[in-house]
Design a protein around this ligand. Structure first.
Ligand code: NAP
Length: 251
């Protein structure tokens, strides 16, 4: 059984590890993990790894056919909407079963001051009314949304794995770092940089959740960018274990 895992997330790596350790349904599983190639030095999963785009849905469909893929798991980040759409299209074209592996989104707790935004641009629009020193944790892609002249008075602490490229906020400091992050570390970032508003995608998961606790403790508002929907008709697993169970159930 050949499984292609579209990766770039902790869950994708965990799934590849789980399949390497305990083959689905007693059958030998060949796992290929696919990475977009955005991160210079990614953490690699066990099994085969391929890097780079497929060339749209058509290219992915061709790849699935050529490499005799029996099941496709879209374990990309919840915000990698183009790849998820392409996966749904390609799987339908070549009749390969598709599962989306999506960690659950975060849920607000007592004391949280969350503001919901549909897009990065909408998040940027909310900022002037909320604070002046922004901790921006939405990643290095999409920083152009925060480049507008209306945000020139704001200062941004931009945290990303690799250095961002312009366009971006007029006044910013870049903090190169990669999760998981600790609560103490996040408290210190907010204190040292006198952060008064946090911006995050609703990525979910534990690795980057401590910033939400630190923001709650500090009493600062958080702009949470909502997830794009999973393509219609695609079944969803919340954990790598659920994905393994789904693969076990394949004929
Ligand atoms: P995207 O906008 O949905 O995808 C853009 C293009 O990148 C796709 O059309 C595809 O190119 C290629 N691509 C994306 N994921 C791929 C994968 N796993 N393997 C091969 N090609 C891939 O994606 P994105 O938001 O830029 O995310 C890129 C990668 O970073 C994903 O693997 C994702 O899991 C990871 N990531 C994203 C975020 C985020 O916030 N978006 C956060 C953490 C990690 P072709 O059309 O040429 O096939």
């Amino acid at each position: 059984m050949h499984v292609l895992v579209l990766g770039g997330t902790t869950e994708a790596r965990r799934l590849a590890e789980a399949l390497a350790d305990a083959p689905a349904g007693g059958r030998r599983v060949r796992v290929t993990s696919s990475l977009a190639g955005r991160v210079a030095a990614p953490r690699l999963p066990p099994g085969e790894v391929r890097v780079g785009g497929f060339g749209g849905a058509g290219g992915l469909a061709e790849w699935l056919r050529e490499h005799r893929v029996d099941a496709l798991v879209d374990a990309t980040h919840p915000f990698a909407a183009t790849m998820s759409r392409n996966a749904a299209e390609a799987a339908a074209q070549v009749h390969v079963p598709l599962l989306a592996l999506r960690r659950p989104g975060w849920v607000a707790r007592d004391g949280d001051r969350w503001h919901s935004a549909g897009t990065l641009a909408e998040a940027a629009g909310l900022l002037p009314a909320l604070g002046a020193r922004v901790f921006l944790t939405t990643g290095r892609m999409g920083l152009a949304a925060f480049a507008g002249a209306d945000l020139d008075a704001l200062w941004f602490l931009v945290r990303s794995v690799d250095a961002p490229e312009p366009p971006g906020p007029a006044r910013m400091h870049v903090l190169l770092d990669r999760g998981p992050f600790t609560l103490d570390g996040e408290r210190e970032v907010i204190r040292r940089h006198r952060i008064d508003v946090l911006v995050t995608k609703d990525s979910g998961g534990d690795a980057t959740a401590p910033k939400l606790t630190a923001a709650r403790e500090a009493g600062i508002p958080v702009v949470v960018v909502r997830r794009p929907p999973v393509p219609e008709g695609v079944p969803v697993a919340a954990t790598p274990e659920e994905a393994v169970a789904w693969l076990r159930g394949r004929p």
